[in-house]
Design a protein around this ligand. Structure first.
Ligand SMILES: Nc1ncnc2c1ncn2[C@@H]1O[C@H](COP(=O)(O)OP(=O)(O)OP(=O)(O)O)[C@@H](O)[C@H]1O
Ligand SMILES: [Mg+2]
Length: 162
């Protein structure tokens, strides 16, 4: 397994929404706004959890990935699976550090190092891997068992849900 990969099985999704944000202190809020609008018609619990997850992942991309020329961006994508919705946050990548999905320890009083544990707790599966140009994808699948997302159409026009 390539360094920097936390590979759990990734079921297929249909790409649905995609935005690229400028790296800034505003990025987490902008990402929440985008996701909130995309999921406006979804069940409130899916939207609520997804807002938490996107906050954690975008904050991490700002906090842990060095800035630099041609690195002032991050990308947020949503995809729709059979009974889940996938969030992906893509950043310009770095060799160190690498995302660490440590389980939350309820007894711990530590006030940092919790974000990805929260993501893991809210999702049915999550992971990270590197793609072309060393860019990093950190992703999480959230259950959408109520199939509450609006109909998503494949490029060919076939309605996937509900
Ligand atoms: N996109 C990323 N690229 C590289 N390393 C990352 C990335 N996201 C997280 N990490 C690494 O994984 C660790 C765990 O991330 P996590 O979000 O759980 O904690 P944190 O960001 O350090 O603290 P908190 O989220 O509680 O403020 C980070 O400390 C960092 O070393
Ligand atoms: Mg964090």
């Amino acid at each position: 397994m390539a360094a920097g990969t936390v590979r759990t099985q990734m079921p297929d999704v249909t790409p649905w929404k995609d935005t690229t944000l400028r790296r800034s202190e505003e990025a987490a809020r902008q990402a929440r706004q985008a996701v909130n609008a995309w999921l406006a018609h979804s069940h409130a619990s899916v939207r609520f959890d997804m807002l938490q997850v996107v906050s954690e992942l975008v904050s991490n991309a700002i906090k842990h990935v060095p800035a630099g020329p041609q690195r002032d961006w991050l990308r947020v994508r949503l995809g729709v699976g059979a009974d889940f919705v996938r969030l992906e946050v893509i950043d310009p990548g770095t060799s160190q550090p690498q995302p660490c999905f440590a389980p939350l320890r309820l007894s711990s009083l530590e006030v940092s190092g919790r974000g990805l544990g929260i993501v893991a707790a809210l999702s049915v599966r999550c992971g990270t891997h590197l793609v072309d140009h060393g860019h990093r994808v950190v992703w999480a699948d959230l259950a959408d068992t109520r199939r509450a997302l609006p109909a998503v159409r494949e490029p060919a026009g076939r309605a996937l849900s509900p």
